[in-house]
Design a protein around this ligand. Structure first.
Ligand code: PEP
Ligand code: MN
Length: 337
């Protein structure tokens, strides 16, 4: 910890702080500047009492940690990028994986049509919501287990792996019985009990960034997955809430280099929730891939105008095929496959 004293603090007040640091089991190192005195307190914070209480002392200006609060998700914890194998599709490896499919599973015909089309265009993982976190209780809430069964059928027919969302701890086992990747949505990114339940299923977890989540909070939410003995975590940026109204959310592509620097876990980009506009999806995908995204999560629908959820942001089957072609030079430029 770094303890910064207020300007002009006398010897006696400084000595009291040093005494308290020693009493709590740390070794203080004093650095006297022109205006301020800064104290470095060395010791293992896991075995000693926290020094944060010093922040309330009258002579102390601030108390700052030296170590990061997230440990298991941190890059240092692993040393290199980790990879996640989902039915033979490696996320975080050389290949940029594309997860595509409808926002919601609506019917067998809709899902199978989409699954075959996205597979043909090069996607390896099928997305589709069976339990939908809708803003209004009067909107379509998803087909539930029937939707999960359709996803499993699509996997059997196409060989695509499945990603789908769970909304509650009670659903964890059920969804894990069907899914290859569990999706934690933006609205639940801070639901720690759900994160723990998802982690304990042992299935890979895709953790969306909360609507107004700081990157540190997101990393700490991810820490819950790894701290519960599940190493297969990927972060997914899907845009954050801002003042802007041209787009539904503001897709924060700076998270790609930041997550890569701070964490060993793969980073996935969702340009669909991230923009709310089908006409922006291809551009955002190109930018994301060029910046080193490990995977994309894209909403695709056979008839977006008739979609039961998120119609404005879903690309058509033809639009998706074109997008996948257009992505090729960007994937190559990023040194990926
Ligand atoms: C979705 O993927 O359809 C979804 C609801 O995502 P988010 O949690 O990012 O809004
Ligand atoms: Mn959606």
């Amino acid at each position: 910890m770094i303890i910064v004293l207020k300007p002009g603090i006398g010897k006696k007040d400084e000595a009291a702080v040093l005494k308290e640091i020693r009493r709590l089991g740390y070794q203080p190192h004093v650095m006297r500047g022109v205006a301020r005195t800064v104290i470095g307190a060395i010791g293992d914070e896991r075995t000693h009492k926290s020094l944060e209480t010093l922040a309330s002392w009258a002579q102390v200006e601030s108390v700052m940690p030296i170590q990061k609060r997230y440990k298991l998700v941190s890059r240092e914890a692993h040393g290199r990028a980790s990879t996640i194998d989902v039915r033979g599709n490696v996320i975080g490896g050389k290949r940029v994986q594309v997860m595509a499919g409808p926002c919601s599973v609506e019917s067998e015909l809709q899902l199978m049509t989409t699954a075959h089309a996205v597979k043909k265009a090069g996607a390896t993982i099928l997305r589709g919501g069976a339990f939908k976190p809708r803003t209004s209780p009067y909107e379509f809430q998803g087909l539930g287990e029937k939707g999960l069964k359709l996803l499993a059928k699509a996997r059997q027919e196409t060989g695509l792996a499945i990603i789908t969302e769970l909304l509650s701890e009670q659903q964890a086992e059920l969804v894990a019985d069907y899914a290859d990747i569990l999706q934690i949505g933006t609205r639940n990114a801070h639901n720690f009990q759900l994160l723990i339940a998802a982690a304990r299923t042992g299935k890979p977890v895709l953790l969306k960034r909360g609507l107004s989540m700081k990157i540190e909070e997101w990393l700490l939410a991810g820490e819950y997955i790894l701290a519960n003995e599940n190493p297969n975590l990927m972060f997914c940026e899907r845009g954050v809430r801002t003042f802007e109204t041209f787009t539904r959310n503001m897709l924060d592509l700076s998270t790609i280099p930041i997550i890569k620097k701070e964490s060993h876990c793969p980073i996935v980009i969702d340009p669909s929730q991230g923009s709310g506009r089908a006409d922006l999806v291809a551009s955002m995908c190109k930018g994301a891939v060029a910046m080193g995204a490990d995977a994309l999560l894209i909403e695709v629908h056979p008839n977006p105008a008739e979609a039961w959820s998120d119609g404005a942001q879903q690309v058509s089957l033809e639009g998706f095929a074109t997008l996948m072609e257009e992505l090729k030079p960007f994937i190559a430029a990023a040194g990926r496959e």
